[in-house]
Design a protein around this ligand. Structure first.
Ligand SMILES: CC(C)(COP(=O)(O)OP(=O)(O)OC[C@H]1O[C@@H](n2cnc3c(N)ncnc32)[C@H](O)[C@@H]1OP(=O)(O)O)[C@@H](O)C(=O)NCCC(=O)NCCS
Length: 141
């Protein structure tokens, strides 16, 4: 698979907003259009087509970052692209520590994070607006 990871540009926003509707907990369009300076989105491209995105909250100079979203188109899953997206974007931000929340029922994502070395540290009950619990997971790189 011939893939690259690059930062989000203004022309990519429509694709991300549309694709994020498939994410387990999508954001409203306005949130995407008003990303703060601390929110960093990177894209996975395969053969010049957008196939995935990752979003971090990260303060300039900090060594830690909050992984808010990672998403790959269904046909791109299981091919190693998620690992590349996570590692390349974490390197670009200089992250030494990452934390995230993942739905208790989202077994595929939990398995992926586990494979990447994340550890479960806490079960946050009723974390999501629909009442689903979330695992808080952290990775020291
Ligand atoms: C999360 C995501 C980015 C991971 O990417 P991916 O390409 O699917 O990840 P991988 O295939 O590398 O790893 C997933 C692993 O879970 C395994 N798996 C799949 N379904 C599973 C299930 N129901 N239960 C347990 N493990 C499962 C896969 O076999 C794979 O393990 P393997 O590499 O040992 O075979 C991708 O699945 C995705 O976009 N999901 C939808 C969005 C999402 O839920 N994001 C996370 C929100 S916190």
């Amino acid at each position: 698979m011939n893939t690259i990871v690059r930062a989000l540009g203004p022309h990519d926003l429509e694709w991300v907003i549309k694709t994020d509707q498939l994410f387990p907990h999508p954001w409203k369009e306005n949130a995407w259009r008003n990303l703060s300076d601390a929110e960093h989105c990177f894209l996975l491209e395969s053969d010049e087509k957008l196939v995935g995105y990752i979003l971090f909250r990260h303060l300039a100079g900090a060594e830690d970052g909050h992984l808010l979203k990672i998403f790959l188109l269904e046909e791109m899953r299981g091919l190693g692209g998620a690992q590349k997206l996570l590692e390349a974007s974490s390197d670009l931000l200089g992250l030494k520590e990452i934390f995230l929340e993942v739905g208790e029922n989202n077994l595929r994502a939990q398995y992926f994070y586990n494979k990447m070395g994340f550890k479960k540290v806490h079960l946050a009950r009723g974390f999501y607006s629909d009442g689903e619990n979330a695992w808080i997971m952290t990775l020291i790189r």
